[in-house]
Write a protein that binds this ligand. Structure first.
Ligand code: HEC
Length: 129
């Protein structure tokens, strides 16, 4: 993965004749940010495509029962909800504030959040087939 990130700028530069086409699309930009959002990658907890479901951690509750924490599916949120979530201001359907116990706060711009949103939407569409 690191190698790909290192090679990406070289690839983009070496493609000068084709400048406009070699530029990242919003969705590709969103995919990059999803995996490298200046913090822990979203993919670590929400899976490669935002569908969650995989194990983040195993822990024991106060009765010593083993529990597994799974990542949430985040492919069905609106752009507004995503914006609120990333700054830990998310509200559920009953307008109750959901305080994050685990998810960190990110410092992404509106454009960056929008790109992540478009990436998640593209994944949702693709996976129908
Ligand atoms: C360390 C694990 C972790 C990382 C990294 C993470 N999340 Fe989350 N996310 C969670 C958990 C757990 C929840 C459920 C709320 C909670 O307990 O924090 C959640 C909830 C959400 C929700 C649902 C709304 C809400 O706020 O409850 C969205 C949307 C979301 N995450 C998007 C993202 C995006 C986008 C990124 C990357 C920029 C990201 N998450 C990174 C663990 C993580």
């Amino acid at each position: 993965m690191r190698l790909i990130l290192l090679l990406l700028p070289i690839f983009l530069l070496s493609n000068e004749n084709n400048r406009t086409e070699s530029f990242l699309s919003d969705i590709e930009y969103g995919e990059m940010l999803y995996n490298n959002p200046r913090g822990i990658p979203c993919s670590k907890c929400h899976g490669k495509q935002g569908k969650g479901g995989h194990k983040i951690a195993k822990y024991y509750d106060k009765y010593s029962n083993p529990k597994i924490l799974k990542g949430a599916d985040i492919t069905k949120y609106t752009l507004k909800e995503l914006e609120a979530s990333l700054s830990n201001r998310f509200r559920d359907k009953k307008n109750h504030r959901v305080r994050h116990k685990i998810m960190p706060i990110y410092y992404l711009t509106y454009e960056e959040i929008r790109a992540i949103y478009l990436y998640l939407k593209s994944v949702k569409k693709k996976s129908k087939y």
